[in-house]
Design a protein around this ligand. Structure first.
Ligand code: NAG
Ligand code: NAG
Ligand code: NAG
Ligand code: NAG
Ligand code: NAG
Ligand code: NAG
Ligand code: NAG
Ligand code: NAG
Ligand code: NAG
Length: 631
């Protein structure tokens, strides 16, 4: 199993892409990952230029106006770490910080990942776990010969309960260093603890709701030490259109939860690699076999991550199309990295309605499967639990549970290598259950509604591919207790447009032109009877690039990227950033606490109409057959 983010597949052939700095252009290259001895001395660099800082656009983390207490968790050089156990370090609670803070309450915790690399290296996927609970899923920056540095800051306050006990920190970043891939990742991981200041969340009349961190977080991940990360590895799945997930498709962990839980959320982390790195552009198997294509990953462009308890699907993730730092054209992501690539989004699934089944003190099976998966997906989850401090046993029952079949419609028309393909999928999952605790009898209703559309064109005798995709995912929860109701809803839109053209295929060399445009749009609203709050995020990127690829190396090229990040919130104010880059240089960069005019969802709406017009006329059917493969 490989663990780099990028194993680039274009439509007709697969490649490993990396930027070759000119001094190495004529070197003899090993294309095999596993070959070659670590040769750190091979890093021959001209120190003339200082390292380039890469970054992911995001809003600043709101922090109290107090001095943080920082502790270094790990300092490590990741060289030949591929297929080895994760690097570990002991964590103990920072008692000196608490003393210094005069026992003021912990207000905020920020994880800081700082890394530096120089030379040539793939974009590597990595994970950071504390006590098996995943804190960060990320992709490394691809270095330059002159060096690359980057920082990722993540608000990890929701994991506060983890930090009060001794734990093992584990970091897996599967890297290989040889004559060709010379980059060693030098990494420092720090935690910043902020005490006192303004409380980050006011006391809630609805304990467990409104953002207060869980009392206990249990890992749904692999125990140490696997020769890899603590994530589960999901390879080729067999589930296809089947409603019932075959046993062999589940990757799972058995776990008993405390008998006094009253709320539970599964926070799911997913990343996709190798044949499924760009699943949204995979053609269907009918096209692949009709054209006798052997190196093109297929299974069509739709994927669904299914989360199960005791083999019942309790929720799903229709993931955001993260493009890693080596994806599409690696030059697009220097220095502005792709949305989510330095801090992959996680997905919360409310499972409180199922607590009635789980409070028996016995182990239950928490599992993951990926519909239509090709090798490979990395999936795990954190189980956030809120516990009743005033009793040792809560009770509950599932009242209603609906997880009907996927609805879908597909159509494809092709002749030879050219064709058009349209797919649409929808699904709903909902559950209702009550839990009796010292707070009384609370009935929770949770729902997820998904809509997926993909329209793909292949033309120019297979040399041009255009993908237009839109994922709409709405999830919500309402909790009705004695005399009060709390509700929250999250609406997400993930539009994607991807154009790639491959030309001049002479010898081992060709030119690739790409346009990509995609976005992460999210609207959150909460309401608790006495008031409501709303936030919206519109984060979109547009890139265009050209590169000349020889053999398996990018020998020259240019990439330009524009990004607009707009966040508006009734409780946290506004933030706008408008930045663009070309050929490694920032062209302009404006940011501030600006509340924009008009709706941050404008692009999402026009894109929705565009894709809907293309795909919307396909009739939907529930599953018609139980075949494992699609055509
Ligand atoms: C890690 O910390 C050490 C010691 O403070 C420092 O010398 C080094 O430059 C840091 N590395 C990175 C990548 O920030
Ligand atoms: C936690 O770790 C520290 C440092 O290794 C050690 O001194 C302490 O005894 C440990 N505490 C517990 C409860 O194991
Ligand atoms: C998955 O499919 C690929 C391609 O057909 C194959 O090379 C690989 O061995 C398969 N993996 C598993 C675990 O079946
Ligand atoms: C695919 O292979 C089959 C059998 O070898 C052959 O009959 C057919 O013409 C090939 N089709 C294409 C498009 O090359
Ligand atoms: C909790 O409320 C539900 C719905 O009103 C009801 O069916 C259930 O019996 C109640 N449970 C207890 C223990 O009162
Ligand atoms: C289309 O591409 C195929 C495979 O690359 C090639 O055999 C064929 O001659 C091409 N057709 C045209 C019209 O260029
Ligand atoms: C690619 O992007 C450029 C610049 O935005 C635009 O002029 C061009 O029409 C785009 N091409 C395609 C095929 O989307
Ligand atoms: C971003 O900046 C560019 C260049 O100044 C400008 O044309 C564009 O309108 C700005 N976009 C937003 C959303 O502010
Ligand atoms: C990109 O920048 C490099 C040097 O910084 C320059 O040599 C090259 O010509 C530029 N490429 C383009 C297409 O502007």
């Amino acid at each position: 199993m490989g663990s780099y983010c990028n194993s680039q597949h274009t439509l007709l052939f697969s490649l490993f892409l990396l930027l070759l700095p000119p001094p190495f252009a004529n070197a003899v290259l090993s294309t095999s990952e596993e070959q070659g001895l670590p040769r750190p001395s091979a890093i021959a660099q001209s120190p003339s230029t200082s390292p380039t800082t890469y970054f992911q656009v995001t809003r600043p983390i709101p922090i109290p106006r107090t001095k943080p207490c920082s502790i270094l968790l790990l300092q490590h050089d990741f060289a030949s770490t591929y297929d080895k156990p994760p690097v570990t370090a002991a964590y103990s609670p920072p008692s000196h910080c608490r003393r210094r803070a005069r026992r003021a309450p912990l207000a905020k915790v920020v994880l800081v990942w700082k890394a530096a690399c120089r030379g040539r290296q793939f974009d590597r996927i990595f994970g950071v776990w504390l006590g098996g609970v995943e804190l960060l899923r990320s992709c490394t920056a691809e270095p330059r010969a002159t060096g690359t540095v980057w920082t990722v800051e993540k608000d990890v306050t929701r994991y506060a309960s983890l930090f009060s006990r001794n734990r093992t920190l584990a970091v897996y970043l599967g890297n290989i260093v040889d004559r060709t891939y010379t980059g060693i990742y030098h990494v420092n991981i720090t935690l910043r603890f902020y005490y006192g200041g303004r409380r980050s969340t006011p006391p809630s009349p609805h304990p467990g709701y409104g953002g207060s961190p869980a009392d206990l977080i249990l890992p749904i991940s692999r125990d140490l030490p696997p020769n890899d990360g603590q994530w589960f590895v999901i390879e080729n799945s067999t589930v296809g259109y089947l409603h019932t997930i075959p046993d062999q498709d589940w990757q799972s962990k058995e776990l008993a939860i405390p008998r006094n839980a009253y709320r539970a959320i599964l926070e799911v982390f997913v990343s996709f690699h190798s044949d499924d790195e760009s699943w949204y552009s995979n053609p269907n198997d009918g096209y692949i076999s009709a054209n006798n294509l052997t190196d093109t990953p297929g299974n069509g462009p739709f994927r669904e991550v299914i989360v199960g308890i005791d083999s019942d699907p309790v929720g799903a993730v229709w993931p955001f199309t993260v493009i890693y730092t080596g994806g599409v054209n690696p030059l697009l992501w220097r220095p502005i990295t792709g949305i989510g690539s330095f801090d992959l989004p996680s997905y919360d699934i409310e499972i409180t309605p199922f607590l009635g089944k789980l409070l028996d003190g016995k182990p239950h099976k928490f599992g993951f499967a990926v519909r239509f998966a090709l090798s490979f997906w990395l999936v795990d989850a954190n189980l956030h639990l809120w516990l009743d401090g005033k009793s040792s046993q809560t009770h509950g029952s599932l009242v209603d549970y609906q997880a009907p079949d996927l609805y879908f419609g597909t159509g494809s028309w092709f002749q030879g290598l050219d064709g058009t393909f349209a797919e649409r999928y929808t699904r709903q999952i909902s559950s209702t259950g009550w839990v009796m605790s010292s707070q009384g009898n609370v009935t929770t209703h949770a729902y997820q509604v998904f809509d997926y559309k993909n329209f793909m064109e292949i033309k120019g005798n297979g040399s041009i591919q255009v993908v237009q995709q839109l994922i709409d995912a709405t999830s919500g929860v309402s909790a009705k207790g004695p005399g009060s109701t709390y509700s929250e809803q999250v609406i997400r839109h993930f539009p994607l447009y991807l154009y790639t053209r491959t030309a001049d295929r002479i010898d081992e060399s060709y030119t690739s032109t790409a346009n990509v445009s995609f976005g992460f749009y999210e609207k959150r609203s909460t309401s608790d009877g006495s008031g409501s709050s709303v936030s919206s995020l519109a984060n979109s990127q547009k890139g265009e690039g050209e590169m000349v690829v020889k053999g398996n190396l990018v020998v020259r090229g240019v990439g330009s990227t524009k990004q607009v990040y707009r966040y508006e919130s009734t409780s946290e104010g506004c933030y706008l950033r408008n930045v663009s880059s070309s050929n490694y240089t920032i062209l302009f960069d404006e940011w501030g606490k600006i509340c924009g005019e008009g709706s941050g969802f404008a692009l999402g709406e026009s894109f929705r109409k565009w894709v809907s017009d293309l795909v919307g006329r396909i009739p939907l059917v529930s599953h018609l057959h139980s075949s494992k493969n699609r055509e």
